[in-house]
Design a protein around this ligand. Structure first.
Ligand code: HEC
Length: 132
């Protein structure tokens, strides 16, 4: 089961970011949503996004404290005009809509990695909510 999930995550991330052979950290010792989400995040998002407090943004804005903050407001990151000028405030609901289809919600955003699977999206958002 755990193996099957890792393979699935590996395939998803390979498709999402075009890197084959990325190792998937299986850090989920417990089965709660946030730990599942952390493993998914590490596989699909962490190549671009930092998450630790005060860590500089990398290819993408640092997501520490993302739930509750205005879109396009991480210190020191050069956002697209689309995201910067958006009036979106990130909550579990707005993140859910955004991550289903980022460019549909905010046309022109450079964030193009969608999470179409409802369960995976919920787990990733549960993990994002712990980043505070
Ligand atoms: C290929 C690099 C890349 C990957 C992989 C990636 N992102 Fe992003 N993400 C970006 C970029 C670049 C932006 C800023 C977009 C802009 O300025 O329009 C962004 C923006 C965001 C934002 C808005 C942040 C803010 O400060 O307003 C969220 C939330 C987000 N990404 C979540 C995710 C999640 C969750 C994943 C994994 C499923 C992910 N991203 C994977 C590049 C990436």
């Amino acid at each position: 089961m755990r193996f099957a999930k890792s393979v699935q995550v590996g395939l998803l991330s390979a498709v999402a970011i075009g890197i084959v052979g990325l190792t998937v950290p299986v850090g989920a010792q417990t089965s709660d949503a946030a730990s599942e989400g952390m493993a998914l995040f590490e596989a699909q998002c962490s190549i671009c996004h930092a998450t630790a407090k005060n860590q500089p943004s990398m290819l993408a804005p640092n997501l520490f404290g993302v739930v509750g903050r205005k879109a396009g407001s991480a210190e020191g990151f050069a956002y697209s005009a689309a995201l910067k000028d958006s009036s979106e405030v990130w909550s579990t609901e707005t993140l859910n809509t955004f991550l289903t289809a980022p460019s549909t919600v905010i046309p022109g955003t450079r964030m193009t990695v969608a999470v179409p699977d409802d369960e995976h999206r919920a787990e990733i958002i549960a993990y994002l909510a712990t980043l505070r």
